[in-house]
Design a binder for this molecule. Sequence first.
Ligand code: ADP
Ligand code: ZN
Ligand code: ZN
Length: 743
Amino acid sequence: MDFVNVIVDISHEKVDRIFQYRIPDHLKGRLKAGMQVNIPFGRGNRLVKGCVVGFAEKPDYPPEKIKELDSIAEGSVQAESQLIALAAWMRERYGSTMNQALKTVLPVKQKTRQKQSRRLIRKISVEEGVSLLEEYQRKKYRAKARLLEALLQNEVLDYQETVGNLKISSTVVRGFEEEGIIRMESRTLYRNPFADHFTKKEKEVLLNSEQTEAVEGIWSEYQKGVRRTYLLHGVTGSGKTEVYMELIARVIREGKQTILLIPEIALTFQTVMRFYERFGERVSVIHSRLSGGERYDQFMRAQNGEIDVMIGPRSALFTPFSCIGMIIIDEEHESSYKSETVPRYHAVEAARFRAGMCGASVVLGSATPSVDSYYRARSGRYGFYRLTGRFGNAGLPNVSIIDLRRELKEGNRSIFSRRLKEAMEKRLQCGQQTMLFLNRRGLSGFVSCRSCGTAIRCPHCDVALSLHNDGKLRCHYCGYETGMPSLCPSCGSRYISGFRAGTQQIEREVKKLFPYARVLRMDYDTTRTKESYEQILTAFGKGEADILVGTQMIVKGHDFPNVTLVGVLAADISLYAADYRSSERTFQLLTQAAGRAGRGQKTGEAVIQTYVPDHYSIRAAARQDYEEFYRQEILYRKMMGYPPAAFMLGIYLSGPEETFLEKQADRLGKVIHRLHAEGLTVIGPAVAALSRKKDMYRMVIYLKHMDENMLLNVKNQLERILENETVWQKIYIQFDYNPLNAY
Ligand code: ADP
Ligand code: ZN
Ligand code: ZN
């Protein structure tokens, strides 16, 4: 590479521009993204600091206009410039402005300045003070006398308290300072929201052989200088967290830092405690309940070297550590790792890029890895370790699949199968708890047959069609539409509709069946605030209810040792989400849901009700058999050309006028065709899954390509076109690289 792209020090220049420089021969091969360099800038060619964000083989400007880079800046702080380089990468990959990307990665300075603790320290001796005090009293300088008196009692005073309690103006204090009676000392107080909660414990854990194999395998490569990504596949309770902690301890011994990402919902007090107990105050945690100021403080503590480990959700990835040794992502399959605002980055990809800049390894852990990560692990691109057993007495639950078609045929039209009803009854009798899980992930509005279980799917995309208000069924990938059939196309039954029961209805039905049961409900309606979410879980944990009814929110987080039954009411709903990941999500949700039963000493039972008992994601989840699920799913992805077998780019269009938006979407479709990108598949334009939101109409176009770089290239060309033609500026267009959720 002969040319380097540089962003000029952001404190004093416009950041949205990237400047290109020629690399002098002696620096070729020595520059890396995230490095700080000195570059000649402006008319006078004064040397300023810049940050390397990328490279180019060929110049983007006439070569005679390109200046030569001067040198690598010595002794510079790398954290910020690596974050800037990360922002530049995110801008390029996910499509956003540089400003949006920088706002995402750089700690936001709070308007309210950090808390400063200021102290007044007496400089004069007690004798001097006493005689001065007499003078003040003689001259009736009341305020001065009060302050001096206080200083004679205490050599050091807190500024706030002095000004407040003694009612002394800041002018008086300043006067004392000027006269040399006191000196002022200020130091920044970083808010540490957890400071009071922990004690460090020395607890010896002897890793078992699988854990040891993972730790030693990863660590021996680390010590040889190999930096790569690893997947750690192990069911919940198999000891992944212990593996993380051992790796973190070793990274700390090397004098380096670790970032550990955990989905917000799993960031429970118990988890955090384990880390505090092991690493003491060298750990910090950020989560969404922290104020902006507290969050900023934690980032500053990281920057100042006060901590070694940062734990938090997605945004903790941007902790300004200077020397990261490892980035660990727990539950890596969680969709909360994907940002749903621009830039729509995925934390796993962004972590890999950041790790590349700072020479860190990445460890991904999950009980149900994303198909994407598993694919890479299987193909050898990721290192791969497995933990197969569970710790303690906890065994896997007994899972049964109930065929709801048969229930209907045999005259049971209740939302509870006979098996589930019986099992609930038994739990009520012996004082154990039940969780009823309504799988509402994905959008309702799909149509399926209650007699044979068939859902109506798009003939082109093999995803479920959605029923719209005008009575038509539509595909949200390609726009295919058809009328609503009155009979099931595959078996002729009249019982064709979606599963419409909500959590409220289930709660009512439970109360009807078991009037004496104490029922709690947890769904979007009952958890508007964060506290209510915690309250419900805590109450259930304390045994204040027999049955908890809820959506996917109840599947994660807390452990309830007294829950011995989990009922999944309609396992298939998430199968009909109108996107290609619906089977993957179904498998993950069901595996997690079933895994909730029997966490304590007692063996658990799970009952999965479904209209499609033979679907591989349901069968595999019942057996907690990831391999089996993966084998089928990857075939489907390959056949249909969905990620990870291909790369996908969502283009989301929205605007206030429906017809204009449709016209623009069509026009954009034509623009894409005119690029003549070889091997590119264009799907749509089509109405988005959520066709209107806040009075904005929404449409989508999806692009697929086997070659990632070709796809990114198309995105870049489109970005340039969209920027330069004013006609596009009347609608809002976003890119979504490898989208996780339907738009
Ligand atoms: P995961 O992170 O995979 O859910 P954890 O690391 O939380 O699993 O382990 C589950 C339980 O087993 C925890 O209570 C943990 O302390 C315990 N545990 C894990 N590994 C060991 C070990 N090697 N020796 C003793 N206890 C262990
Ligand atoms: Zn049918
Ligand atoms: Zn389609």
